[in-house]
Write a protein that binds this ligand. Structure first.
Ligand code: NDP
Length: 296
């Protein structure tokens, strides 16, 4: 039987609707409007598309959007100055610095200059530590979106064998922490893993975050497994540019129990979770209860 398709686009729309309802209640009951500041340095076309999309969706859920577009040659000191101002601004509850930054800027320094309470990307070292020790953190958006879809699909993840392929700080490592937090038995695989096919075949939950088009074929997938494909790869096929994941969808869908497609799976969840994180940050900053179902 073919796998059921986990529709990330529809799921993300539900998350945004939930965020919008919570924002409306916050504004009505507390006069509070969550605000998200996005900082973009330079004119990288892909980053510009992301930032535009983030701004649009922020406004659509009733939040305030603040965009700071800075020239590519801005100095590190000027950028850090802006972060200090945003940290101190009470109208801003979330700050996102669009990566990558130009090479003359120390990205780690900038990311760690953001107030951890406003770090809606979850990349600040304090949030990494909080997540790793099972404390309340701001959680990176893409793995948070994956977790939400997994929780929606399974009554409980407890005791399941989870394999995360990829160990980046943005996806692989936080994903593994989240799965561990939900009591999965977690394996993190990477480019040096021996016998990757056998490792993948053990997985009840297989998360692919590699960046290699269709690297994982169906015969690496355990029958009935839930497959979350984080990969976004642009390839040329039949004279057209197409987006494909890290999993070979056509063969995997014949074996898996459920699978996220690319596009329309994990991708749309990332911005939805950014909005959820901004809402969570606004609630925490004001001592209000956090919305249910939108956090780890
Ligand atoms: P990175 O390049 O930072 O990390 C890739 C990881 O894959 C590394 O840990 C690397 O291992 C591992 N890897 C590379 N080759 C192999 C291999 N042959 N076998 C096993 N593991 C391998 O990528 P990201 O984590 O940032 O992103 C991964 C993918 O997810 C990309 O396609 C990216 O576009 C996509 N993405 C999608 C998002 C979304 O919103 N849906 C958001 C973020 C990313 P090693 O450490 O040993 O080098």
């Amino acid at each position: 039987m073919a796998a059921s398709i986990i529709d990330g686009k529809a799921f993300a729309a539900r998350v945004r609707a939930k965020v919008a309802a919570e924002v409306s209640a916050l504004s009505r009951d507390h006069g509070l409007i969550p605000g998200l500041a996005v900082v973009l340095v330079g004119e990288d076309p892909a980053s510009q598309v992301y930032v535009r999309s983030k701004g649009k969706q922020t406004v659509e859920v009733g939040m305030q959007s603040f965009e700071h577009r800075l020239p590519v040659d801005i100095s590190e000191a000027e950028l850090l100055n802006l972060i200090v101002k945003l940290n101190a601004d009470p109208e801003i509850h979330g700050i996102l610095v669009q990566l990558p930054l130009p090479s003359h800027v120390n990205s780690e320094l900038v990311v760690n200059a953001v107030d951890p309470a406003k770090d809606v990307d979850g990349f600040h070292i304090s949030n990494v530590g909080l997540l790793g020790t099972g404390q309340k953190a701001m959680v990176p958006c893409t793995p948070l979106g994956c977790l939400m879809m997994l929780r929606d699909h399974h009554d409980s993840l407890s005791g399941m064998d989870a394999v995360v392929v990829g160990r980046s700080n943005i996806v692989g490592k936080p994903m593994a922490q989240l799965l561990l937090g939900d009591s999965c038995t977690v394996t993190i695989a990477h480019s040096r893993t021996r016998d990757l096919p056998a490792v993948c075949r053990r997985a009840d939950i297989l998360v692919a975050a590699v960046g290699r088009p269709e690297m994982i074929p169906g015969d690496w997938v355990k029958p009935g497994a839930t497959v979350i494909d984080v990969g976004i790869n642009r390839i040329e096929r039949d004279g057209k540019t197409r987006l494909v994941g890290d999993v070979h969808f056509e063969s995997a869908t014949k074996v898996a129990g459920a699978i996220t497609p690319v596009p329309g799976g994990v991708g749309p969840m990332t911005i939805a979770c950014l909005l959820a994180n901004t809402l969570t940050a606004a609630c925490r900053a004001n001592g209000l209860p956090e919305p249910e179902g939108l956090t780890a």
